[in-house]
Design a binder for this molecule. Structure first.
Ligand code: 13P
Length: 241
């Protein structure tokens, strides 16, 4: 299975941030390696610009969220069809920041994932427990319930990202044994051909160890994806196909 290294830029990035992708391309000596998939999910304002400029250089471009409906009176929202039209190939759905800031439920996430697949995008469905759940020994139960509620019933192709909420932006990560246990658990709940990413404080210093874990098929990287100097070693830490 090809590794997928995805950068979630969150609400960061202006047109000038293209310089970081140019810097990545320079590191790759012209174009991205094809033995791993490299995905950049910039803010929606940059999806079309990046897709037009960098799809031919071997970069996949994705959105960070989409609406469950294809069009309509939903001021400020973006549909999966619009992202696909702008050149996106993937879209993140159910990120914990969306679940927390916008009250998105598992049912909302499932509807978005199905809309994404219907529009020709591959959804990346995020799950992950809170710190209190991990401490109380409930992490597998919580993630299991999120999978039951959020995974699409119709989509054939999707990606799951396990992102423990307490590891996002904190510099903390689960132990390798805990990542191994969770990814094995998620694999058992899905299929052999679904990529399962780990996300939460992935850095150049820990990427190799995390990406070597069984059933870790890539990473969803936040802060360290914003700078080519950090993202490049993470991309190269993934096992090549
Ligand atoms: P950090 O890599 O900044 O911890 O963020 C992870 C994340 O939320 C990616 O979606």
């Amino acid at each position: 299975m090809k590794s997928l290294i995805a950068g979630n830029w969150k609400m960061n990035g202006l047109g000038a941030s293209a310089a970081e992708i140019e810097a990545l391309i320079a590191q790759f000596d012209g174009s991205a390696p094809d033995d791993r998939d490299i995905l950049i999910c910039p803010p929606a304002t940059l999806v079309n610009r990046f897709a037009s400029a960098y799809s031919d250089e071997g970069f996949l471009i994705g959105g960070q969220d989409c609406h469950a409906k294809s069009a309509g009176a939903h001021t400020g929202d973006i549909s999966a069809a619009m992202l696909a039209d702008a050149g996106a190939a993937y879209v993140i759905v159910g990120h914990s920041e969306r679940r927390a800031d916008h009250g998105e439920s598992d049912a909302d996430v499932r509807a978005k994932a199905e809309a994404a697949f219907g529009a020709g995008l591959t959804p990346i469905i995020c799950v992950g427990e809170m710190e209190a759940d991990r401490t109380a020994g409930r992490a597998l139960d919580i993630v299991g319930a999120q999978l039951d509620g959020s995974l699409p019933e119709t989509a054939e192709d999707f990606v799951i990202a396990y992102e423990p909420v307490w590891a996002i932006g904190t510099g903390l990560t689960p132990t390798i044994a805990d990542i191994d246990e969770m990814h094995d658990f998620i694999r058992g709940r899905t299929r052999a051909d679904i990529r399962i990413l780990y996300g939460g404080s992935v850095k150049p210093g820990n990427a190799k160890e995390i990406l070597a874990v069984n059933n870790v098929n890539g990473a969803l990287v936040g802060g360290a994806s914003l700078k080519a100097a950090d993202f490049y070693p993470i991309i190269m830490a993934a096992p090549g196909a």
